[in-house]
Design a protein around this ligand. Structure first.
Ligand code: GSH
Length: 221
């Protein structure tokens, strides 16, 4: 399968890690903001990353779909094992909740930091708004971490005491926090700290994050 985008996007990283945990081979085709390439737009009509193309996956041709949650739902259906989106009703609902918590609530906060401190100055040639980034880091992020600190179980997995989409989705934006050197205080958030370290150390995440760090290093200043 082909994934269009950059793993610097938490949505793209989520899809790449999900595919790796499933054992699905994916090729990442680089796509940046404002990409008008028809091949990419066929997979993602509104130009957002990630887009997916499954060659020969549709009737008489490729199957294309965008949105990270739609993409992982497709992957989970075409490759049922290992199951990463639980089928038991409450576990399934909680998994979708955590996916949404990450995609909307956590991203709304983290995106302000990543856009204003990295994307705008480095890739768009425009100054970032540090006031917005600081407010997100100091005022908006702590209550989101307080919530996670309360709900992370002793097992270290959010749902069914095993790895699910919930963990992949929630951990993914923390790689961006790492790139931003946003410190998660281990004294105030011990469970979050251990949880994020463990999930991001998995072979499904770690190589992508290393590559991103090397890329950011090359593009710094
Ligand atoms: N809900 C979408 C969000 C995708 C998204 O907003 N991606 C951002 C990058 S992090 C993007 O492509 N932004 C470009 C744009 O909005 O034009 C998903 O889960 O895939």
């Amino acid at each position: 399968m082909i994934v269009y985008g950059s793993s610097l996007s938490p949505f793209v990283r989520k899809v790449l890690a999900f595919a790796a945990e499933k054992g699905i081979d994916v090729e990442l085709k680089a796509s940046g903001l404002g990409n008008k390439d028809p091949e990419f737009l066929e997979a993602s009509p509104f130009g957002k990353m990630p887009g997916l193309r499954d060659p020969g996956g549709g009737e008489g041709g490729d199957f294309c779909i965008s949105d990270s949650s739609a993409i992982v739902a497709y992957m989970d259906a075409v490759r049922p094992l290992p199951n990463l989106i639980p089928t038991e009703p409450r576990a399934r609902a909680r998994t979708i909740w955590f996916d949404e918590y990450s995609d909307t609530i956590l991203f709304a906060c983290g995106g302000k930091m990543f856009f204003n401190r990295i994307v705008a100055p480095r890739f768009l040639g425009q100054p970032g708004d540090e006031e917005i980034a600081t407010k997100a880091e100091c005022e908006e992020l702590p209550p989101l971490l307080d919530y996670l600190e309360r709900v992370i179980p002793e097992s270290g997995y959010l749902v069914e005491d095993r790895l699910t989409l919930a963990d992949i989705s929630v951990a993914s934006p923390f790689a961006n926090f790492r790139h931003l050197n946003v410190a998660i205080d281990p004294a105030r958030f011990p469970k979050v700290t251990r949880y994020v370290e463990a999930i991001l150390a998995r072979p499904s995440f770690a190589p992508w994050i290393e590559r991103e760090a090397a890329f950011l290093e090359r593009t710094a200043a």
